[in-house]
Design a protein. Structure first.
Lengths: 1060, 278
């Protein structure tokens, strides 16, 4: 395809083409000439014919006109002639057209002359006819002459025309002959050209055949194989001598296609290569592998397109051996790399976990393994997954499941054998095997890692392929095992060392920071070390201690004996401990608890002794305090009940021996509870402490003062000759309490006390009897009106028994409702009118218990019966009040007493509200009375109760006002409406000036607080008048009426009021 | 190797094409000379020669203006007998027929008509007083002895045949004058001719003894009026020329100039073919 050859072969072709063009040009020229000639001839003849025809028509018409046919218009004649003339002129010009022929060529001269003559004749004839038609000229002869002239001219024209045609025809004949000759020449040239071309081709084909047979011989002698294939992968030819490398025998191969010989996947890859080579028109290199006779062969192929066809030459070389060598070299390189990285990792790894993680990663990155994990035996000798890398089966559950670590697992096998295990194909029940197979991993390598000769871990590696017979690989993997085992040992050693250091540090720190003194001495008693605590305890410097014998130090009292004892104990056993007395450097004594033990070396021989010294001085002091506390009352620092009894027992024994008496004084402060409740327990404690102080001052040396209970004190007087001596002491006590106790708050408290005395041997012989008797005597003194002294008598025991039977009777009376209500009128002092009644309770005579309210109420308060009694009283009273209202009697306020005990028990407000609702008695007519001390009780219950009472609209009266302590501020906050002056103030009226003053003050106080004031226990007119004069609002008492039964009350006060 | 052959082949092909074009294209009668050759037959008022020897009439006058508008310098009128008009046209002796030739389906098969230049109805000429009381071709057909004169080859002849006039009573004449003379002389009882021809003839010739029938019932064809549509005729292969003329006609027909031009030839406004032929 080079240029010069193209030009060389082009010249004859172009010559041929030019010749062809020339022939065609000549033929066209001949045609044009023929056409022109024909057109000229035909149009000329036609023009001549037309001209003659219309000339004749004109002549005919003229003759008809002349013959008298009027229907012929004159103009038609002339029109005919005009047409004849026109056509004749066309003939002259050589123009004309008929039936597709059209001529526009000038006519030759002789013809032109003839036509001119004809036209002239026609013109003459027209003029003649015009004239004849106009009538200027007559006679057919002229017309005839003209006609003949025309005919003659026509003949002349025709002859000339025909002659001219003949000459034209001769010219055309010549043209045709020339054309024929040219075509003949052309044919000869073409034949010659074809001959030359044919000759050349024959020569070329011969050369080609020779070349082809040479090439074929060449190709057949190739040591490898080659094929000629078409684009569909059909084998067209096969070359080469290595027929063993063919997929099929060579004689059956040709004519088949790739997909008939190879599996679909392989053949489609081959086809793609063929098509690529064809599409790019370039030789393609291609590498592939084939399984032939069960062996894998690798081929390098070059696929070259055969130019100008859709065929390719496929030449293949068997490179199997080279590939295998390369692969082996690569594998070894990879393993060397792996080994090198393993060693690096070993150097860098800081811990086993770190090492394992890194090793797994290195196995993936550098070892060419796809999956790596490490199983390590735990403390119970069970393999546990430590690390893993690689994604194929990186499922913890799969790797560490029972099936993967059980006895039959690969891991267990490697652990058991302790040898490198390599498997070319996976077999076993391990849970991870299916996943590995799915990922195309069939090769397994298990590396046992050893520590102190035991296999402790397995590094498992998975690869797509593992050759168990590869000795080089085995050698390298053994090295990996050795290195890793070494690393395990190194890490273990490092860990142990670090742990030992750490524990040594900890021990040292513990020794330093312990509060116990620790001392290390050698067997000779020389101090090796002492901790800070020991130095602090003993007050010695460590420098003063270390290096010197402990016995030289003045640390322990009786050191020589002590150490001898210790020596003895340690020789026999391992330890000694005991309490030691020590002395600090400053001389201060202290107690210590010393523990001493032998320190033995690895052979069990004692080398040192360790002494641990604990300071127990504090504990000793605490013990002593506890002892004191158990016998003394902490508030007053007086002997408590126990010590009193012990002393009393002691005193009794003494008195028995000496024949003297022992007196027991039982002292109880009056109204101490009121102080406690009203002023708080702190004030109470203050009072108790003050009393204890005063009493202690009264004591003789041999007397014992103790605190028996809350406000009870006991004095044991020894060496008493006569009861009167005890009375003297008692009087001294009264005296000492006479002056008020000033509290820290500045308040003065006046104290009273009741005292009972029992005597040994007069009243009892043992301590408990004496104390009980004194207590009973004190109770009698209280009953007898406080601030008094009583000696014990047997009657008191009787009284106590009576009290017990009374309590039982009261219980029964309550159950049988043997209580009755009494109503004492409340009178308005200003108008002397009835304003209400106080409800009081009495035992029914049917109860057969001779007991007044003053007696049974405290008992019932003490045992809680007061609560049901209160309910009974209120429901009875409310029912009665309702009955009176229903009976149409005037409404009156019922005042009912409440006990503090009821309030303390709680729930009272609900019960009152319920009772009100049940009875239907108006709330506004119910007044509750509560003692002053009860009102002042500041508890949560009381507070809540009083608030509810206020919100219910009930009225509250303070009973016995003046006998207790009132906080006026607190009183102001309570829903109180009324103060009731205690009868003890009223009974001294009107003569006792101080009583008058007191009552007056109370009245004023009440009014100032916005409360009404009622006086209790008014018995005579004098009292009433004074109260009225002082502004007291109301009163009650025997002056008007004692407590009356309901019927009596109704009769005397309600009916009379109604009547009145 | 291939290139010289391709080049040579191309050369031969080009030369063959050029020469073939020379042969096949031929040399059709060239109108480029600027002169249009038109055929006419004396058929007043459509075409006739006036006393000065000038070819005039509705068709020549319209063609003159239209040809000028279509770019021709001049029109050369060549006379032919009416029966020869189409023959001469088709033989190439002229380019156009301008002679009031009516458009008929038969003619339209062999020639290409331009758009019609007028709408022409059929009229009847009878002896004065209309002795046979003829008012349409059907009357002529119905009368047993009425002879109808027609111009040979004119549309009235076909119309008369369709109306039922037997050939024996159809008297054919070479031109209108002959036919009129036949009526005047009593050889024929009526002459069927286009209304414009009759109007022009009676107005210009001074014939006596005849009259035009007023309100002739238009002859029917397939149940409809069958007016005549005079138009220029061209060869069917002269389509380019026909288009040029059609375009020029479209701008001229119906204009005031047209009306003025043809009024003197007896063309009333209703004869002006402003409407498009159905």
């Amino acid at each position: 395809m080079n240029g010069p050859r193209a030009m060389a072969s082009g010249a004859p072709v172009f010559g041929l083409a030019l010749l062809l063009c020339l022939c065609m040009g000549l033929m066209t020229y001949a045609h044009v000439r023929w056409d022109q000639g024909l057109a000229a001839a035909i149009t000329a003849r036609d023009n001549l014919a037309q001209s003659r025809r219309y000339a004749v028509l004109a002549q005919l018409d003229t003759e008809r006109l002349l013959a008298g046919q009027t229907s012929i218009p004159r103009t038609r004649v002339l029109a005919h002639l005009d047409r004849a003339l026109t056509v004749a002129r066309d003939l002259r010009k050589g123009s004309g057209a008929i039936a597709g022929f059209s001529a526009q060529t000038p006519i030759p001269g002789d013809l032109a002359a003839a036509v001119d003559a004809y036209v002239a004749a026609l013109a003459d004839a027209r003029a003649l006819m015009e004239r004849q038609l106009d009538g200027f000229e007559a006679g057919g002869s002229a017309l005839l002459v003209a006609q003949r002239a025309i005919d003659a001219r026509v003949v002349a024209v025709e002859e000339t025309l025909l002659r001219h045609l003949a000459s034209q025809r001769a010219t055309l004949k010549r043209h045709d002959a020339i054309t024929l000759g040219l075509v003949a020449v052309l044919g000869l040239v073409v034949l010659c050209f074809l001959y030359v071309a044919h000759r050349r081709r024959d020569l070329a084909v011969g050369a080609l055949l020779a070349s082809e047979s040479r090439l074929r011989a060449f190709a057949d002698s190739l040591p490898e194989i080659a094929f000629l294939m078409d684009r569909n992968g059909r084998y067209l030819e096969s070359f080469g001598s290595a027929s063993a490398l063919l997929a099929a025998p060579p004689d059956t191969l040709v004519g088949r296609t790739l997909d008939e010989v190879f599996p679909a996947e392989t053949s489609s890859r081959f086809l793609a290569v063929i098509r690529q080579a064809l599409a790019r028109q370039r030789t393609q290199s291609y590498e592939y592998a084939l399984h032939l006779d069960g062996r894998e062969f690798f081929f390098d192929a070059r696929v070259s397109p055969v130019p100008g066809s859709d065929r390719v030459v496929w030449a293949s070389w068997d490179v199997t051996a080279r590939r295998r060598a390369e692969a082996h070299a690569r594998a070894l390189t990879r393993l060397y790399n792996f080994l090198s990285q393993v060693n690096q990792t070993i150097v860098w790894a800081a811990s086993e976990d770190d090492l394992f993680e890194r090793i797994c990663r290195v196995a993936i990155e550098f070892g060419g393994y796809r999956m790596a994990w490490l199983m390590r035996l735990n403390d119970r000798d069970q393999p546990v997954l430590q690390a893993s890398a690689g994604g194929a089966v990186a499922d913890r559950a799969l790797l560490s499941g029972q099936a993967s670590v059980g006895r039959t697992s690969l891991t267990a096998r490697v652990l058991r054998d302790g040898r490198l295990l390599r498997l070319g194909g996976l077999a076993g029940d391990d849970a991870w095997i299916p996943a590995a197979r799915a990922a195309g991993l069939d090769g397994y390598v298990g590396l046992p890692l050893q520590l102190d000769g035991n296999t402790v871990a397995v590094l498992c590696l998975l690869a797509p392929e593992v050759d168990p017979d590869d000795e080089d690989e085995a050698r390298l993997l053994e090295e990996v095992i050795m290195d890793l085992s070494f690393a395990l040992r190194r890490l273990r050693d490092e860990r142990e060392r670090a742990s030992a250091e750490q524990s040594a540090r900890l021990l040292a720190a513990a020794l330093r920071s312990t509060r116990d003194g620790v001392l290390l001495i050698d067997l000779a008693g020389v101090v090796v070390s002492a901790n800070e605590a020991f130095c602090e305890q003993t007050g010695l410097d460590e420098s003063a201690l270390v290096g010197r014998a402990l016995t030289e130090q003045a640390v322990f009292e009786g050191a020589a004996a002590l150490f001898a004892d210790i020596d003895r104990a340690l020789r026999d056993g391992d330890a000694w401990q005991g309490e030691v007395s020590a002395r600090r450097a400053g001389g201060e004594p202290w107690s210590g608890w010393l523990s001493c033990a032998s320190v033995r070396d690895d052979d069990g021989q004692p080398t040192h002794r360790v002494l641990v010294l604990t300071d127990i001085s504090q504990a000793r002091r605490a013990e002593a305090e506890l002892q004191h506390l158990s016998q003394y009352d902490p508030l007053t620092d007086l002997p408590n009940r126990v010590l009193i009894r012990a002393r009393l027992v002691h005193a009794i024994e003494l008195a028995q021996r000496r024949g003297t008496r022992v007196a027991v004084l039982f002292l109880d402060l009056d109204n101490f509870k009121t102080i406690n409740d009203g002023l708080g327990h702190a004030a109470g404690d203050e009072v108790l402490a003050a009393v204890a102080h005063r009493l202690r001052a009264r004591l003789r040396r041999q007397d014992t003062l103790g605190r028996q209970g809350s406000d009870e004190f006991v004095l044991v007087l020894e060496g008493v000759e006569a009861p009167a001596e005890a009375a003297v002491v008692a009087q001294g006590v009264f005296d000492s309490l006479a002056s008020p106790v000033r509290l820290a708050s500045g308040q003065d408290i006046y104290l009273q006390a009741s005292m009972g005395i029992s005597l040994y041997p007069d009243n009892g012989h043992d301590a408990d009897d004496l104390i009980r008797d004194a207590d009973a005597a004190m109770y009698q003194a209280k009953l007898g009106g406080r601030n008094a002294l009583r000696f014990y008598s047997d009657e008191y025991t009787h009284a106590a028994n009576q009290r017990l039977s009374l309590e039982t009777g009261l219980r029964r009376a309550l159950e049988s409702e043997l209580f009755e209500l009494r109503y004492q009128p409340l009178i308005d002092l200003a108008s002397d009118r009835l304003i209400g009644a106080e409800v009081l309770v009495r035992l029914s005579p049917a109860a057969a218990l001779n007991s007044s309210p003053a007696e049974f109420i405290p008992i019932m308060e003490a045992n809680g019966l007061i609560v049901p009694l209160g309910d009974f009283v209120r429901s009875q009273a409310l029912r009665q009040g309702r009955a009176w209202l229903d009976a149409g009697l005037p409404p009156l306020t019922l005042a009912i007493n409440l006990s503090v005990t009821e309030i303390r028990r709680g729930g009272l407000e609900q019960r009152i509200a319920q009772q009100l609702a049940e009875s239907g008695y108006p709330v506004s007519l119910l007044e509750l009375e509560i003692t002053e001390s009860g009102a002042m009780e500041q508890g949560e219950r009381a507070q809540q109760f009083l608030e509810v009472i206020g919100s219910l609209g009930l009225r509250l009266a303070i009973d016995d006002f003046g006998t207790g302590y009132s906080s006026l501020a607190y009183l102001k906050r309570l829903p109180v409406h009324k103060l009731k002056i205690d009868r003890s103030f009223v009974c001294d009226l009107p003569d006792d000036a101080s009583a008058v003053e007191l009552v007056d003050t109370i009245i004023t106080l009440g009014h100032q607080l916005g409360l009404s004031v009622l006086a209790e226990g008014v018995e005579n007119v004098g009292q009433r008048d004074l109260l009225r004069a002082r502004g007291c609002d109301a009163c009650q008492g025997y002056l008007y009426a004692p407590a009356l039964s309901a019927e009596e009350f109704e009769r005397r006060f309600l009916r009379s009021a109604t009547a009145g | 190797m291939r290139t010289p052959y391709v080049l040579a082949g191309l050369l031969v092909a080009v030369v063959a094409l050029a020469l073939g074009w020379v042969i096949l294209a031929g040399s059709p009668r060239d109108a480029g000379a600027g002169t249009l050759r038109a055929l006419y037959a004396i058929e007043p008022p459509f075409a006739f020669v006036d006393s000065h020897g000038r070819v005039t009439g509705e068709a020549p006058e319209v063609l003159r203006i239209v040809a000028r508008r279509a770019g021709f310098r001049d029109v050369e009128f060549v006379h032919a007998e009416f029966g020869q008009l189409l023959h001469d046209l088709m033989n190439g002796r002229a380019e156009v027929v301008a002679s009031g030739l009516f458009v008929t389906p038969e003619r339209a098969r062999s020639v290409r008509f331009t758009r019609p230049t007028a709408r022409v109805g059929t009229g009847l000429v009878v002896a004065t007083g209309n002795p046979l009381d003829l008012h349409g071709l059907d009357d002529v057909a119905a009368h047993p002895e009425a002879v109808l004169a027609v111009v040979d080859g004119a549309v009235e002849m076909q119309q008369a045949r369709r109306a039922g006039v037997p050939p024996a009573r159809l008297q054919r004449h070479g031109d209108a004058n002959g036919a009129v003379v036949a009526v005047i002389e009593g050889r024929a009882d009526a002459l069927a001719l286009s209304d414009v021809s009759i109007g022009y003839m009676l107005a210009s010739s001074g014939y006596t003894g005849i009259e035009a029938v007023a309100a002739v019932r238009p002859p029917q064809r397939d149940g409809r009026d069958d007016p005549g549509w005079p138009a220029f005729a061209l060869r069917t292969d002269d389509e380019a020329l026909a288009r040029r003329l059609d375009e020029a006609l479209a701008g001229f027909l119906g204009s005031a100039e047209h009306r003025a031009l043809v009024a003197r030839f007896g063309f009333a406004p209703h004869n002006l073919a402003a409407e498009v032929r159905p």
